[in-house]
Design a protein. Structure first.
Lengths: 292, 213
């Protein structure tokens, strides 16, 4: 398959009676854009379809790790959580990963995990807490937790968080590259503004922003990255502490839609590398149409 | 003194009484944020890393009179999520969560149904969070509205950074003790002088400079 997305991708779709914004530069968000504004023409064998990619899949056999604030394993829309871990200060103050209760003092990780569970109901969910109580929000904890997750060989890691600190960029890039070649796909929330943060900016991860269309299954490929994919992140029903639900909007909630989709795809096609998986996401994106 | 630009800035900031300006700037930003989204309230929180707290820096609308200067743990609430994850978000329908309402009631006395929250990023630091509470219905749960608030947050982040710098300057001045206090008093006193006495004062200061240079 070849990537013929270049010229055609930059031409806004022609819609009778509608004035489409002309895309002349990088696309950072989907503000004022719809899927019709970012059409992509690709050449590939037509057998790579959504049905081929994930039709009938439940995510069974795929291990998905949510690196976040923890996951409430008792929430009916989330559990079971097969394994829960937390990054804590070790004896010398350096972060270490220890087994912990499947709990979430903040709720953010539970909200993300619930979305993965909704898409891939039979996947195995794991949690690594790098935010919240104890070792709150340090870049060191994030790097340590992510590195640990990659070395456990999880198939999919959901990262609805990022750090703006440049000093962690090299370490995170190294972990992202390691994940890429170990067949662990990192699905990372992008920033919707021109903020440099990591690891979503790395080409080795799958970066996700939000589209404004209400379809939870709709994934769009961005022909003018830095953000590579857009998914459902607007008014999403999410699990909430105490067994409740609420509604959330943001790239945090778009990201687990793609993580869940990755779990579905890998369940049907477990031999895919991260490179191949990313291509399947591209070829099955709703705005990418074949010309063969 | 002029060889130390930081010190010059410190004294200048103190002389100019910049803290009041900073507060008015931040207050103006939350008032505009509240107006843009026709919201019940808007707040800027400053992250105080040494105390692990988020501090109410400016509030418009509900809580305006009582919340500025109050703080709560930085790993709590939606503001804590946004600070830790660095991700802007809207959480709707909070009324269904007694646990969360309790948290908010404890810290603010006002329980919103919807919170829009974005990180305030300056350079590579997340220095705080901008929140908009209970926006008008059309702003709820819309990703485009979150993008708009994120755009506005760039300005808020810059204002917060300026205020933080001013405050650091004030703290530095305090740590230098009375060395510069007298100098500041003299400069402030100049502001109240008439033209004739000011001219005389300047001549006197010129002589003093010649003496100590």
């Amino acid at each position: 398959m070849s990537h013929a997305a270049g010229g055609g991708a930059m031409t806004p779709g022609a819609v009778e009676g509608a004035v489409r914004p002309e895309i002349t530069g990088l696309v950072w968000n989907m503000r004022d854009l719809t899927s019709a504004d970012i059409p992509v023409t690709a050449e590939w064998a037509p057998r790579i379809t959504p049905e081929w990619a994930w039709g009938g899949s439940t995510g069974r056999g795929v291990r998905v790790c949510v690196v976040d604030s923890g996951v409430d394993g008792d929430h009916p829309l989330v559990g079971p959580v097969t394994g829960a871990y937390a990054v804590e200060p070790g004896p010398d103050g350096a972060p270490v990963v220890r087994e912990s209760a499947a709990s979430d003092p903040a709720g953010h990780g539970t909200a993300c995990a619930g979305i993965v569970r909704r898409l891939a109901p039979e996947c195995e969910l794991y949690s690594v807490r790098v935010l919240g109580a104890g070792f709150s929000g340090s870049g060191d904890a994030f790097v340590a937790g992510l590195r640990w997750a990659v070395r456990q060989g999880f198939d999919v890691v959901n990262l609805s968080l990022s750090t703006t600190r440049h000093k962690f960029a090299d370490a995170l890039r190294a972990v992202a590259d390691e994940a890429y070649f170990r067949r662990t796909v990192l699905v990372a929330a992008a920033h919707n503004m021109r903020v440099e943060s990591y690891p979503w900016r790395f080409s080795s991860v799958v970066s996700v922003g939000s589209h404004a269309e209400g379809d939870p299954r709709l994934v769009l490929y961005n022909p003018a990255p830095p953000v590579e994919f857009f998914a459902h992140g607007s008014d999403v029903e999410v699990a909430w502490p105490g067994g409740k639900t609420t509604r959330g909007t943001g790239n945090s909630f778009a990201t687990p839609h793609v993580a869940g989709l990755c779990a579905l795809i890998l369940s049907k096609h477990p031999a895919l590398t991260v490179f191949q998986l990313k291509n399947v996401l591209y070829l099955t994106a709703a705005n990418v149409k074949g010309d063969l | 003194m002029s060889s130390d630009p930081g010190l010059v800035a410190t004294v200048t900031a103190a002389v100019a009484g910049a803290d009041g300006d900073h507060r008015r700037l931040l207050q103006s930003i939350v008032e505009v944020a509240r107006a843009i989204f026709a919201a019940q309230a808007s707040s800027i929180f400053m992250f105080v890393p040494e105390r692990g707290e988020l501090l109410f820096e400016a509030v418009a609308g509900a809580g305006q009179e009582s919340l500025v200067g109050r703080a709560f743990p930085a790993d709590r609430g939606i503001a804590g999520w946004v600070l830790a994850s660095g991700e802007p978000m809207i959480i709707d329908d909070l009324s269904g969560s007694p646990a969360f309402a309790h948290d908010l009631a404890e810290s603010t006395g006002y329980v919103p149904g919807v919170i829009m929250a974005v990180p305030l990023v300056h350079d590579e630091h997340v220095g705080g969070v901008l929140e908009v509470l209970d926006p008008a219905p059309q702003a709820r749960s819309a990703i485009s509205e979150l993008d708009l608030l994120s755009l506005f947050a760039v300005q808020a982040a810059l204002a917060l950074r300026i205020a933080q710098r001013g405050r650091s300057a004030g703290a530095a001045l305090e740590s230098h003790g009375a060395d510069y206090g007298e100098l500041i008093s003299v400069v402030r006193a100049f502001e109240d002088l008439g033209a004739e006495r000011r001219s005389a004062g300047l001549r006197l200061i010129g002589s003093l400079r010649d003496l100590i240079a």
